[in-house]
Design a protein around this ligand. Sequence first.
Ligand SMILES: C[S@@+](CC[C@H](N)C(=O)[O-])C[C@H]1O[C@@H](n2cnc3c(N)ncnc32)[C@H](O)[C@@H]1O
Length: 409
Amino acid sequence: MKTENQDFGKNKYITKQEGSVKFLLHELDNGTIPSKSMNVFYNKRMELNRDISILAVIAYSNIVSQGSLVVVDSMAASGIGSIRLLKNTKTVEKIYLNDINPIAVELIKNNLELNEIESNQAEVLNKDANLLFSEISRSSALPDVISIDPFGTPNLYIDSAFKAIKKDKGLLCITATDTAVLFGVKPKVCIRKYMAKPLHTDYCKEIGARILLSFISRIANINNLGIIPLLTFYSNHFIRIFTITFRGKSKISKDLPKSYGYIIHCKSCGNRSSVIENLLKVPQKCPICLSEKHLSYSGPLWVGELHQKSYLEELNLLNEKFHFKNKNRIRKILKFALNEINMPISYYNIHKISQQLKLSSIPKLEDIIKIIEEKGYKASRTHFDFISIKSDMKIDELKKVLRQNEKLN
Ligand SMILES: C[S@@+](CC[C@H](N)C(=O)[O-])C[C@H]1O[C@@H](n2cnc3c(N)ncnc32)[C@H](O)[C@@H]1O
């Protein structure tokens, strides 16, 4: 992060626009590849993240908290996310925009002024996020919403965020961009950072999201809190989780078996199954191909639901109303996320399996879903991967379905 050249006036900024909001960016940052070394970080490709985050806070206000909100944007950079939130809703009473980078703080102040945001609606802070959370945790009024959007892993901020957030139905919004770690490209780093073994499989995006959720939930648990994920999504090399808190040691203990588990994967045939009880009871042989040496596992990971149906429905309504730039993509993500509820963990990459089976063409996913359902199994699309499907049908039977479908066409 550059700290020199702090003495820049408005003539060293350029004006940009995102959604309906104009904002300033340091002119030296314009057109550069988004990175930590920018004067103030801005990534146009993360607009989708900000679009969904705005809808997520409004949906939370509409159906969970039902009142005016106090929000902490702990890593605000240019402030664009929070300014767009303030411009799109009246439900936010106050936002604290924080960043450790003093150049970002200067820029946030200028961007608030440019957008005529009243000073009683937005306060700018220049602190380390953990220090900020620690100070908040000692105050009498805890915020309704905390957003954590760091470079890479959010793991260092989760514990202090749980100490700072409202204990009952507080909304935590957490981004992770260290997807190579969570998706199993760097397994040892994942064990170190998230205390869980990842798996670099076709469905590693869901495994990564579930490892992150498990980590967040365990940190909640040691703070005598539980979490209910409202929306968990992957896009453009990041995972963003929106989860609310709840209090209650007995509910947390009761929910343990429904929350954490493992996935067992056969690298030979691709069979997978989730284990929520005793890992030692798992057979040492793949039940489908009988291979003994190709069994692998991932976990501990979150085995509960990734989203809440009513929340996704509210998000959908808001998405149709707001006309953000990424409206169509958000509609697709939300539709497939809704389909994922009550479906088993993992998904099958139909393109890859079709190629392995040397099929002459790749079948339409909707046709395969229909055939699987006709055979009495569950099947759906998944937002994690647009060329994959979820199903409780086992891999050997799925392969039969794909071969038979090819013969019929
Ligand atoms: C990925 S950017 C945030 C992007 C921003 N939320 C947006 O939508 O444009 C990460 C920001 O976190 C800030 N940051 C990094 N470490 C921090 C810390 N320990 N406390 C507070 N801010 C931090 C960086 O200066 C940077 O501006």
